[in-house]
Design a protein around this ligand. Structure first.
Ligand code: ASP
Length: 316
């Protein structure tokens, strides 16, 4: 059987995602109670190769592999042969010749993971490719949202084979989420658009016009008004590294209208997400980050468990 890959969220069916979440919650419980997990990745070698910077995603994947008993080989890209001009195709052939059990890649070019998957014999997990896709981030975001709205329905899906491919859970169907900021350059937004709409959430894109993609979705440039009607706000970092030219007056001007502040939230019960790294007081203000409605650190905790479940699913 050819290996499965996780390049985009659409690589996993709805039923597979629900199974993966149930498994992730199981791992979460074990980690929280410091109970050792079984080691499905024992004697398995996983290569991480990150051509773009990362704090959370790389450490989260590496921790996930270790928690499952696997071995990590981190390729230091600044010292690797790609920095000496080796093509990604040759790098791929060489990595493949080492017979890894999976490769986790991050690259500034959209499609790098997809291309790599055609060159190797093991699962490829996309840790972010350009502005295209960041599937494990979207999965951990969705699990964090589900946790907030109640897990009974999700846990009841365990072992069921009759799961509808579209919007299978009442607990989140119809809930409204505002995705705020540099949507057009955000792989996190891109992956979430596919996943959250598949699970029946209503997505509103909130941004200045130059940060909005062409989309059928509802859009707005008025965070203050939209914040009053949504259940979730997902704030994004302004992806200056992907801007060919400066397309905003200043981050300070941007923040005046799009920073999620305590004053904008008022007493709304909505929760706040951010994939990190947060530009404090530009994307979200200090007060909101300390507020119980902020689930930013919960996202990081869930990231390890979701990645454990994804590795378990693809490799073990
Ligand atoms: N960490 C996320 C990513 O790699 C978001 C960001 O960098 O702003 O896409």
């Amino acid at each position: 059987m050819p290996p499965r890959h996780l390049i985009r969220t659409s690589d996993f069916s709805t039923a597979e995602i629900l199974t993966l979440f149930v498994n992730a919650l199981h791992y979460k419980q074990l980690l929280a109670s410091k109970t050792p997990t079984h080691h499905p990745l024992k004697h398995k070698n996983v290569i991480t190769i990150f051509f773009e910077n990362s704090t959370r995603t790389l450490s989260s994947f590496e921790l996930a592999v270790k928690n499952l008993g696997g071995d990590i080989l981190r390729l230091d890209v600044s010292r690797s042969s790609t920095s000496k001009g080796e093509t990604i195709s040759d790098t791929a052939a060489n990595l493949n010749a080492m017979n890894p059990d999976a490769i986790i890649i991050r690259h500034k070019n959209a499609g790098a993971g997809y291309y790599l998957s055609s060159q190797v014999n093991c699962p490829i997990i996309n840790g972010g490719d350009g502005a295209h896709s960041h599937p494990t981030q979207a999965l951990l975001d969705l699990l964090t949202i589900m946790e907030h709205f109640g897990l009974e329905e999700l846990l009841a899906t365990e072992g069921r084979s009759d799961i509808a491919p579209i919007a299978p859970l009442d607990s989140i169907r119809g809930k409204k989420i505002a995705i705020v900021g540099d949507v057009i350059n955000s792989r996190v937004a891109n992956s979430n658009l596919e996943l959250l709409t598949r699970f029946g959430m209503e997505v509103i894109l909130v941004a200045p016009p130059h940060f909005l993609p062409q989309s059928e979705l509802r859009t707005s440039d008025d965070l203050r008004t939209i914040a009053k009607e949504v259940d979730v706000i997902m704030s994004l970092r302004t992806q200056t590294e992907r801007h060919n030219q400066v397309i905003y007056g200043s981050l300070k001007d941007y923040a005046l209208r799009f920073c999620v502040t305590k004053e904008i939230l008022g007493d709304s019960p909505c929760i706040i997400l951010h994939p990190g790294p947060v530009h404090r007081n530009i994307d979200i203000d200090d007060e909101v980050l300390k507020d119980p409605r902020s689930k930013v650190l919960e996202q990081v905790t869930n990231g390890v468990c979701v990645r454990m479940a994804a590795l378990d699913f693809l490799i073990a």
